[in-house]
Write a protein that binds this ligand. Sequence first.
Ligand code: SF4
Length: 294
Amino acid sequence: MEFIKAKTILTKVGYGHSWYGIDYNMNLYRGCMYGCIYCDSRSKCYHIDNFDVVRGKENALFILEQELQKKSKGVIGIGSMSDTYNPLESKYEQTRGALKLIAKYGFGVSIDTKSDLILRDIDLLKEICSKNNVIIKITITTPNDELSSMIEPNVCVSSKRFQAIKVLADSGIFVGIMLNPVLPFITDKEEDIKKIVELASQMGAKFIHTYMGMTLRDNQRDYYFDKLDKYFMGLREKYIHYYGNRYECSVVDYKRLYKVFTSECEKYGILYHMDDIIRAYKKAYTVNEQITLF
Ligand code: SF4
């Protein structure tokens, strides 16, 4: 793996309290090899050349430890621009190393991933849980394995991700689903949305969050449209007709589908409002803290 220089690892975020209640953001890798056809992180505004090649950040753990010693405690988000459980993580263990430091200094963590490699680190997630807040978001965009291997070609299929949720939930970790993006005319079938909620409930997921749409811009749109031409003939024209050059592309039947989604979540007792999700996962720590103090 190639390494690139990094001056800092942790970034303080301003949006955190409206987005999973995170205080810092961190990407230990640059680029991602999972090849999701819709990936927003390949947009040129992020200036990541050869996005499909994963590079590590040099001395990432050394820099991180120095930062953790100086900063006030909070929840660190990992995986916004690159899946931190990429295949190279098995060998280099940058994420595992970072979790050890997060546990050591008593910070919390919020991880986004599509990979079941996260199960390797359950021991550390439990340790972090005992001192601070932990939330795991597994991205699942379709209940159909054949479709997931087409739109997310280099990562484990949806059924394996559901299994990972079960293992995490059974271990007492607060885990749920990022149902983002929802691809218009591809993953926006009512029966698929219902199936995801049902499986989430069976596996012990606490929440599902979705904005019921996708984003498209510049070179990322071109990449996505090329994949549509390859796998979904005729859809490029449909996207152009409905969305033109729009960045935010909600599913066409948004209101009805979102209502179906929320009704299903309520039926199974699954959280879907961001505020409720934040309150629920932070409550676990607050209660533990109070018990300890008492
Ligand atoms: S896993 Fe995330 S960062 Fe990686 S290609 Fe897919 S959407 Fe992009």
